[in-house]
Ligand binder design. Sequence first.
Ligand code: ACM
Ligand code: ZN
Length: 546
Amino acid sequence: MKKFLFTVVVACVTVGIMAQRADYRIIPLPKSEATDTTKVFVLRTGMGIAYDATNPEIVRNATFLQEWVKGTTGIELQLTPADKKAAVHLSIGLAADKKAKKGKKALVLTPQQQEAYAIAVDKDGIQIQARQPIGFFRAAQTLRKTLPLNARPSADNTVDFPFTQIQDEPRFEYRGAHLDCSRHFFKVDFIKRYLDVLALHGCNQFHWHLTDNDGWRFEVKALPELAEKGSWRDQSPLRRAGLWDGTPYGGHYTQDECRELIQYAADRYINIVPEIDIPAHIYSALQVYPNLRCDVQHQRGSDQVLCAGNPETMTVLKTIFGELCDVFPSKFIHIGGDECPKVGWQRCPKCQAKIKELGLKEDGKHSLENQLQTWMNREMGKFLSERGRDMIGWDEILEGGLTDGGLVMSWRGTKGGIEAAKQHHHVIMTPTDFCYFDYYQLKDHDRQPPAIGYYLPLSKVYSFEPLDGIPEEEQQYILGVQSNLWTEYVAYPQHVYYMLLPRLDALSEVQWCRPDQKNYEDFLTRLPHLKQLYDRIGVNYCRDIE
Ligand code: ACM
Ligand code: ZN
């Protein structure tokens, strides 16, 4: 008899028809959770999801929830908008706000508070409340991550949800991840999967590095050769050997494809921040328009930069950034500004004449050429602000004196970000030491695919505290945190995921959780479940942890 029971239990586990339990200890960890593990609500196929069907955004989020429950467990929930007895209810308004509001003025919400949601599980089912439809999306992602993964998806599965009260909202307003699509080009379908992974981690900004020395990826209709020719290179370097592969390589995104991705991202509450990197990192464009570079002999390709003294340069940039603004609705537009070698500008007669014309003077702090770059940044800042946009630049934009209204992306450590915050400029923290996912994540390089060098293990990413060193009154200027993934050595989707995961898991807790909630040992106990989800959805990740 005992043997028979054992066999039945093993058989049930194997075919996956045993009730399994939701686990609320997810990544990133919700702001608060109070669970009673002695009581459960059982979710099964045929149960309904109720919601306001007159709001297309809510309909979309209810449909995401339905899809994710089915994809993860096999349980088929029904979309039953008006069913008061449905097991899952989506309703606008947080109970906590209703109490607070009595007799008081309307709340002024921060962007983070607008994303807030609450999940309550009791004998009647799963109640999801949100201030705005975005909260339903966040709640649906949370529920998706609580679902058990050790059974094969089957409509016969059931999931026990312990009674709980979860309240959640993110810590930072800007929670970004970047991808360099110039060094290597990634197809539209892959970018969609990348966006899905960002959304799973609660990210709301995708920083899209569209141009660099190695390839121009954005279609500019008024300058078609930029994409047609500038997106191609004759060959690519083989890693560290000083050898080249002899194979032409290229690709670009049409404006229609960009719009398709913008919509796909927006449906998942992600804004795409496009970057056209100027005045350096632009060899791909200078190959097509050599007249736009400084007329200086003997410069390596990557040292060639836009000539700031040639009036045509600003005309062309305004054409490019004008089309960029027409395509991308993002409030933030990134102009790059990093690593501009100044040797060309020092020797170029046109650039030196421009310095004189502008009346730039040695001030002991900023070189004349750095001030010339600031002039360029100001021109671009004005152009963008007339279109209602804010300019972002890498922290080099501080070097010639900061541009009014410019946001600083602090990558060479946090020093630039701290300085900018002190000057009351908004800052996104993305220091190499914690946020550069093109670095190796294990000490032993031979156990990993190629990386640019250096060493950024998971534990180090997790340890990042973006407000360290920022006086309290200036902390409001730190908008958030971003990972950067440069792709000099990363050519294929599964390699991208390998570099990204699980480091994005660690960074998502930096972006989402309060410091007092964070605990690396505890994080590691929650990570295996997410890795199981990656296996389920076919996404690669680094198996080893350091
Ligand atoms: C950078 O990594 N050059 C911004
Ligand atoms: Zn010049």
